[in-house]
Design a protein around this ligand. Structure first.
Ligand code: SAM
Length: 472
């Protein structure tokens, strides 16, 4: 018998059930849905939170924490993957996705929140026991203990390439964006390091909830009576809910007199509506109207002037959303489902036309935390012909002297200036007009005549607008 066999055996630890932590389990479920089913966090999370609240599992503070854990983990995934790659002894692609989700949630708590270190590790290990089992929980524990050896800055020094060696790779790791997006945003923004860093960080912040008071239906004064409501910065119709706010609890939002709408989108609609025009101003078109945010504002502005809006959208179910957004509009309007590249209306019918074309959405990354990891550079090739065809339709749909607004919620130059330049070169008989004076008081709009808004400069999505007048 060896000495070893004579040693008294350590009593086995009694089995202990994992502690129930509904917040982290909910956050994990949301991450799995985003990962497995390509779901959108902003669509998956609200029903999960509602169910958990109805069951009495979580309260409002828990819901805020769960939201922060999910959004933060998704946004910072690029940074956290770089940290995890340094702590796991095999390529991350060989780690089971559910294990990676638990690890990322743990890294976010350790490096991206004020949750104390021991609580972050123990809560994540308990989560791992509950959803992965004891064996894999040990692996999670070992990895998170390595992660806990440094704070975020310490890790960034270790895992990000030096800025001087590779500025784009450095920014991609530090600010958690794919490199090709860093590169595209920088091309569009121009300037030096400070500007692009501010922009990338702004993409990592949750945007304020902004309401639009649809003119003729409700005043900003009424909306400003809500808790922590403040006037918008730029749009005369905007009200910001600065404490996060629950728009669904606002009467005027429930009955459609107001809506939730980023100030950038409001500025685009208002600029088109106010662009100078000679001659009649009766017929307006929104050619890509779904889900109807800009159409609802345009319809209300049109009603004030005795004009009529035709809101057209290719997808029938989205045309249904437009009809809902426009219900109760004080003036005449029509909603149709139609392909804007084969329009059912006659050429030269409209005085004002908005084409807010489908795009990569790189200007709204702060709203969709997973979007930056799903988009691929090849997506641009898919949008390019459609964007050109829709702008072409817009120019054919407007009368001579009328105005077209070409808009994207992407600042990517391939979706903005390149499209406008190409179409104008081919088309002739149309000229750009300066959009900047139509956004009075808004600074830093660029060299014109088109405008590009930015999250870090304006607090809006990165909306682009070119205004084009048909001259013959
Ligand atoms: C950027 S969204 C418009 C957002 C909208 N203006 C708003 O403010 O709510 C682009 C819309 O164009 C629609 N679309 C895509 N292809 C189209 C086409 N060929 N003709 C018309 N609409 C199209 C999409 O379904 C989508 O609803």
């Amino acid at each position: 018998m060896s000495d070893h066999s004579r040693r008294p055996r350590k009593p086995a630890k009694p089995y202990r059930r994992p502690k129930k932590d509904p917040v982290r389990i909910l956050a994990f479920d949301a991450l799995r849905a985003v990962d497995e089913r390509d779901a959108y966090a902003n669509l998956v999370l609200p029903p999960l939170l509602r169910q958990a609240r109805e069951k009495g599992d979580i309260d409002a503070r828990d819901a805020a924490l769960a939201t922060e854990l999910v959004y933060g983990t998704l946004r910072r995934q690029g940074t956290y993957d770089a940290v995890l790659a340094a702590c796991v002894d095999r390529p991350l692609r060989d780690v089971d996705p559910p294990v990676l989700d638990v690890l990322s949630l743990g890294v976010h708590q350790l490096l991206g929140t004020r949750i104390p270190q021991h609580a972050a590790v123990s809560a994540t290990v308990e989560l791992a026991r509950a959803v992965l089992g004891d064996g894999r929980a040990k692996f999670v524990n070992a990895v998170l203990r390595k992660v806990a050896q440094h704070d975020l800055d310490g890790w960034l020094e270790r895992v990000a390439p030096p800025y001087d060696e590779d500025p784009e790779d450095h920014l991609a790791v530090v600010h958690s964006h794919p490199r090709w997006i860093v590169s595209a945003l920088w091309d569009a923004l121009g300037g030096g390091r400070a500007g692009i860093e501010d922009l990338l960080e702004a993409d990592n912040e949750r945007p304020e909830v902004t309401l639009v008071a649809r003119p003729g239906r409700v005043t900003t004064g009424e909306l400003l009576r809500e808790d922590a409501a403040e006037p918008g910065r730029w749009s005369p119709y905007a009200v910001r809910l600065t404490a996060g706010g629950e728009p669904g609890a606002v009467d005027a939002v429930r009955d459609g007199r107001a809506g939730v709408q980023d100030e950038g989108s409001q500025l685009v609609a208002v600029a088109l509506a106010n662009a100078p025009l000679d001659g009649p101003d009766r017929a307006w078109l929104d050619g890509c109207a779904g889900p109807g945010g800009k159409a609802a504002l345009l319809a209300a502005l049109a009603a004030e002037r005795g004009a009529v809006l035709l809101a057209s959208e290719k997808q029938p179910h989205r045309a249904g959303l437009v009809a809902r957004a426009l219900a109760g509009n004080p003036g005449p309007h029509q909603v149709i489902a139609a392909d804007g590249t084969r329009p059912p209306w006659r050429t030269g019918t409209f005085d004002r036309v908005l084409m807010d074309v489908p795009c990569t959405g790189l200007g709204a990354l702060r709203r969709r935390p997973e979007a930056r990891w799903r988009r691929r550079p090849e997506d641009l090739d898919g949008f390019a012909p459609l964007q050109r065809a829709l702008l072409q339709t817009a120019l054919e749909s407007v009368r001579v002297g009328g105005v077209v607004g070409y808009a994207t919620c992407s600042p990517h130059l391939a979706e903005t200036r390149a499209v406008v330049d190409d179409v104008l070169k081919r088309q002739g008989g149309a000229e750009l007009i300066d959009a900047r004076p139509l956004m009075p008081g808004v600074p830093a709009l660029g060299d014109g005549p088109d405008v590009q808004l930015w999250p870090h400069l304006h607090g809006t999505d990165a909306m682009y607008l070119a205004l084009i007048r048909r001259t013959r």
